[in-house]
Design a protein around this ligand. Sequence first.
Ligand SMILES: *Cc1c(COP(=O)(O)O)cnc(C)c1O
Length: 367
Amino acid sequence: MIPSLHRPTQVVVETDKIRENIATIQAHLPKKTQTFAVVKANAYGHGAQEVAQAVEDQVDAFCVSNLDEALELRTAGIAQDILILGVVMPDNLRLARAYRITLTVASLEWLDQAQAFAKDLRGLQVHLKVDSGMGRIGFRDAESLNKAMTALEAAGCEVAGIFTHFATADEADVSFFEQQLTRFKTILADLDKLPPLIHSSNSATSLWHADTVFNAVRLGAAMYGINPSGQALDLPYPLEPALSITSELVHVKEVPAGSQVGYGATYVSLFDEVIGTLPIGYADGYTRDMQDFYVLVDGHFCPVVGRVSMDQITIRLPKVYPIGTRVTLLGTDGANQITATDIAAYRQTINYEVLCLLSDRIPRVYR
Ligand SMILES: *Cc1c(COP(=O)(O)O)cnc(C)c1O
């Protein structure tokens, strides 16, 4: 999709804040911990290439979710290792190898199928995935891992790492986290041989279980400055959100009491009011359930009134403002702030989803 450049709606990304967040987190982790920057889903809406280029010198590798995301980074000139966290279908193995993309091996069945496409796995680098309780992908016992490692090495493949993923690292109750950790450690102890990289920490684990680092962390949410627990746990140290959404008033009118606004005429003004219109809607990822939430104009909170349309929303203003007045839909204006976590709480979802849903129609601007 072509971003809509001739419209004042923008996602502004401050890459310096991402850099600061990474440095802050690294300062709280054991020295020599490797940092993998997770830039899947267009870097959580921040722009994968731009973020990767901005933090390249601070991190050891990148993680993405699929082969196309990996190829995007590689063709943009990113030289570090790029680990695909999900399962790549076995017939894409040669393409991954050609671009020096690191694959996750999560089952013996996958390995059998992959070897039907390439018996000789020289030049391919992989990490093994352990399912310690997340229940999505990965080996669940040491015996099959040992078999996989033997087969991979016999085929000339470089087994560079082994990792697992926690389901509840962002929760106050640590019982399932501890159960997963024990399972992972037990499996590691039963392996014939350990790959050089061992990693289990996403953002939540890096923040609230900093002692659980093996020798690398996979940082997503935290480097973008969002709290991976939402409102459940306080951050152990401050991080700065790097993304804001701004737009401008494109239409302003005074309406008498009793005026309808938007599809379904769900809003009827109680008083003589000032209604402003903004060029953003659910096609931009500003979802329909944002009705009755608020935006910032001139430092004041202003309610979103009436339905969110595909391309426009309407807000109630405290007074008449000129066309072109800046509006902050996510971010800071004066003393007030709207965070992805605030929006997520209102929408009963998570801040990750709020950012990932921002569509390609909104241009990303880098500061
Ligand atoms: C997405 C993902 C991460 C990053 O998670 P955050 O909570 O954003 O830090 C790490 N590891 C795996 C396996 C993932 O899928």
